[in-house]
Design a protein around this ligand. Structure first.
Ligand code: GLA
Length: 386
């Protein structure tokens, strides 16, 4: 049997640098409801999962940054003051965070970092955010920087926005750093206050179906959606200066000021305004233990993402359609940015094998692709391992 991930990362670090490192883990995330609401100052409802990046880190006496990605079998070196985009992508998630910390004048030295992970890549489970958060957390520990978890999440998001170039919101980084066992995180993206909502239902299983597709327009379309939301806000703002985000907007304002100008922008914004409300209603369902009602909202979210926000794709729609109407299925929808990745599904625990069998079989027959299936459960956030 292969060595557990932390042992593998530890041993590789030792063999490369002849000393024992500090080990940290940072998880990927799921999101129950609240898609594309984070950068519109709405609420989201993510959780960290039991799949993670494990990073080993140690100080150097010089200004060098030595990085080794075990899964890719690649090494990358630079210096603290020579940070630029690597051309390899994975180093950028580390370097972007380092750059943010330097900008904020945290006292850093050179360091070595080795990492590996078991978060499926390209599946929309935020393996890149996990690497960013592992980096921020490890550097904070190593150099005793005294950065709060929220500031780490913000630095990781800024790295993704400025260095990697995806204008993401805060959800993924926040979920990785703030995850707790059996808890969902209701995050208010307007002021970053949050509340934990217990998710402890032995009779219910969360299942992820990974389409194994990632359409190439994902990051450009993501940034475009964000701009469309900002255009909608600008149109309302001419009449209501107090409206600074779609969080403040109403369907009536969209109808009056946005629809006559641009139907596409109107549809995008209407989805967001409805979804922001759905998170609130969904959280009420959970507090009342009404998972049936919550599940219906998941299907509604999917409809909105498919027809109004237009970030779904054929494979995701097929998977959700296949789940609709099954007695064992409470809810299903695409999850994350879109254009591929996973659906998230709420299924009665006793029926899980049958559902997986049926969906896997039909997906293969209809697409010629092999579905990947992961069972997910809300888990703890970023921690030191040794
Ligand atoms: C990606 C982004 C998040 C969020 C989701 C959509 O995962 O990184 O910030 O916007 O898409 O909800």
């Amino acid at each position: 049997m292969a060595a557990p991930l932390p042992d593998l990362v530890h041993q590789t670090y030792r063999s490369l640098f002849s000393e024992d490192p500090l080990l940290v883990r940072s998880p990927g995330r799921i999101n129950l409801i609240g898609e594309h609401t984070d950068y519109n100052q709405g609420w989201v409802l993510p959780a960290a999962i039991d799949k993670q990046i494990v990073a080993a880190i140690g100080k150097r006496d010089d200004q060098l940054i030595q990085l080794h990605a075990l899964d890719q079998g690649q090494t990358y070196s630079t210096t603290l003051h020579g940070i630029e985009r690597s051309g390899l992508l994975w180093p950028d998630y580390v370097l972007g965070v380092v750059q943010q910390l330097i900008r904020s004048q945290y006292p850093l030295q050179g360091f070595n970092l080795v990492f590996a992970g078991d978060i499926p890549q390209g599946a929309g489970l935020s393996s890149s955010a996990a690497l960013e958060c592992a980096t921020a957390f490890a550097l904070n520990e190593l150099f005793s920087l005294d950065i709060s978890r929220l500031d780490m999440a913000l630095a990781a998001q800024a790295a993704e926005n400025d260095f990697v170039g995806v204008k993401c919101g805060l959800m993924d980084q926040f979920a990785s750093l703030f995850g707790q066992e059996r808890q969902l995180i209701k995050l208010d993206c307007a002021d970053f206050s949050h509340e934990y909502i217990p998710f402890n239902h032995p009779d219910i299983q969360l299942i992820l179906f990974d389409t194994r597709v990632k359409h190439s327009l994902a990051s450009s379309a993501y940034n475009e959606r964000r701009e469309q939301c900002e255009r909608g806000v600008a149109l309302i703002r001419k009449h209501h200066p107090a409206v600074t985000s779609l969080r403040d907007a109403t369907a009536e304002q969209l109808n009056r000021y946005v629809k006559p100008v641009n139907e596409t922008v109107y549809q995008r914004c209407l989805y967001v305004v409805s979804e922001i409300q759905r998170v609130q209603d969904g959280c009420d369902d959970l507090k009342k233990n009404d998972l049936m009602s919550f599940g219906k909202r998941m299907f509604e979210t999917h409809e909105g993402l498919r027809h109004q926000y237009e970030v779904s794709c054929h494979e995701l729609d097929l998977l959700v359609d296949l789940m609709q109407g099954r007695e064992a299925v409470l809810g299903a929808r695409m999850m994350g940015g879109g254009f591929g990745g996973c659906t998230i599904n709420m299924v009665k625990a006793g029926e899980v094998p049958d559902v997986i069998y049926a969906i896997t079989h039909t997906y293969r027959r209809k697409t010629g692709k092999e579905l990947q299936v992961y069972l997910a459960r809300p888990s703890g956030g970023t921690t030191v391992l040794s």
